[in-house]
Design a protein around this ligand. Structure first.
Ligand code: CMC
Length: 442
């Protein structure tokens, strides 16, 4: 940045921004690069000689880029989502979750040898130390599976102390493999725990999603192989949930990881962020809403209530997408595949009717409110016999590859520093401490 009153035209990048400070009458020319200015440049805009420079107040990072990233691209206006440049529609249709995880983590699609080695490594590491099993068994009978997952992932850092050496690429790669491999095991065990059923060990003859389903649902059978259509539907759901650029949990992983802690602790922070109802929990709210509406004939009254501001149409609208969420379109198709096996979830008819009416109604059209990823995903999870508490676990398992891709990028980015936002202090200053013995005198 240049002070235009003293240094004329010193700029580089895309272009510059001319700022006139009415407080001092000074002009500043600030570099604009990739559609952004550096917040640090603003700090050079000062009033007094030794006062703090200008800061940006942005709770929720609504208009602050915290990193440069090449992992995931979203154009919310056009409804575009791409992982490493590949459209989500093509990946969901033609790829597998493990290949997508490789793409996110390594930045490119694998060749045959790379894929086989990746698949072998992930499969080889699905087992967890027996003490993790004892640790999980120690939870209360009604423990929330997401709390169990969070704690168990954090606990893994104690089993792999070398993971603290985050500057060694080999060590980093090993933890990435371990975490992607072990997440389904931990998620399935959290599910079994709540049901009072014995934990099922991984079956390494099966693929990633098939093995997960086996660990969830196997009882006394020697071998449990789920219906191919269900395995495929889960594969698609996992691909759709693998990453979503700088959302709340990715930001949590990056912020915690920026202290250079081990990746298990950083991912545990991401799981904590995802646990919250504003992030991972909306599909459960959709199910409750559909159940409350009860039948198709009640849909018009419900829509009128939403328009009158009585409540929101859950599963509609998005901070980023001002068009149909591309993930929602794909999930809608996956519903048909699942319902072919499980029978149609009776709530589907209500959902379809809601969508039809909303998409024709000016209230929703003018506000650019379209179905989001959560509108149909809960219906599928329910048809697969998952209780609502498992919905966020089903999100966390595939999102692990995205979190790790974001973490790897952050750790290797020379521009990244420990996350440490500024504040605007609003409290008292310079008070004199009065000892308790004086303050508590009656
Ligand atoms: N139903 C009815 N009206 C809505 C809805 C909705 N679902 N969403 C937004 N609006 C209206 C809102 O009332 C406002 O109207 P007005 O301009 O008259 O005041 C306008 O649309 C803009 O809303 P906003 O709250 O400023 O939008 P936002 O970008 O801050 O909120 C949202 C985004 C997702 C929180 C919101 O659309 C919402 O609450 N949706 C329902 C919950 C939901 O489905 N959440 C899952 C999001 S997808 C999860 C993920 O990607 O991780």
């Amino acid at each position: 940045m240049a002070d235009a009153t003293s240094t004329a035209g010193a700029s580089s990048g895309d272009s510059t921004l001319l700022v006139h400070d009415n407080r001092t009458g000074r002009d500043y020319e600030i570099d604009v690069s990739e559609g952004a200015i550096k917040a640090a440049d603003l700090s050079k805009i000062t009033v007094g000689e030794d006062g703090d420079g200008l800061a940006v107040y942005d709770p929720g990072f609504v208009n602050t880029a915290s990193c440069r990233s090449s992992v995931t691209f979203i154009d919310g206006g056009k409804g575009i989502l791409e992982y490493r440049g590949y459209p989500i529609e093509q990946l969901a249709e033609q790829s597998t979750y493990l290949e997508v995880a490789y793409l996110l983590v390594h930045g490119e699609l694998p060749d045959k040898a790379e894929y086989e080695s990746w698949e072998h490594q992930i499969t080889y590491h699905t087992f967890v130390h027996e003490n993790i099993k004892s640790f999980m068994e120690g939870f209360r009978y009604d423990a929330h599976p997401m709390g169990m997952l969070l704690a168990s992932v954090g606990a893994l850092s104690t089993f792999y102390p070398e993971s603290r050496n985050i500057h060694d690429p080999k060590v980093r790669d090993m933890q990435v493999i371990r975490m992607i491999a072990k997440m389904p095991t931990l998620g399935a065990w959290a599910f079994r725990h709540a049901q009072g059923k014995p934990y099922v060990y991984p079956d390494n003859d099966l693929g990633y999603c098939a093995n997960f389903l086996a660990m969830l649902f196997r009882m006394s059978e020697q071998k449990f192989v789920a219906d191919e259509r269900l395995i495929h539907a889960l594969e698609v759901l996992f691909i759709l949930h693998a990453d979503h650029e700088q959302n709340c949990s990715a930001n949590a992983v990056r912020a915690v990881g920026s202290s250079q802690v081990d990746p298990y602790s950083a991912v545990a922070a991401g799981i904590g962020a995802l646990f919250g109802p504003l992030h991972g929990g909306a599909n459960e709210a959709v199910l409750k809403m559909l159940r409350r509406i009860g039948s198709i004939d009640k849909v018009p009254d419900f829509i009128e209530g939403v328009k009158a501001g009585k409540e929101r149409l859950m599963g509609f609208g998005h901070r980023v997408y001002k068009n149909y969420d591309p993930r929602a379109k794909i999930i809608k198709k996956a519903c048909d595949e699942v319902f072919e096996v499980t029978g149609v979830n009776p709530l589907l008819k209500i959902a379809v009717e809601l969508e039809k009416i909303a998409l024709e109604d000016d209230y929703f059209v003018s506000r650019k409110l379209y179905p989001n990823v959560d509108f149909y995903s809960g219906l599928i999870y329910e048809a697969l016999k998952f209780p609502p508490e498992m919905f966020t676990v089903l999100f966390a398992i595939p999102r692990t590859s995205g979190w790790l891709a974001q973490w790897l990028e952050m750790v290797q980015d020379p521009e990244q520093k420990i996350a440490r936002p500024k504040q605007i202090y609003t409290g008292d200053r310079g008070l004199d401490y009065v000892p308790a013995s004086d303050r508590w005198k009656s």
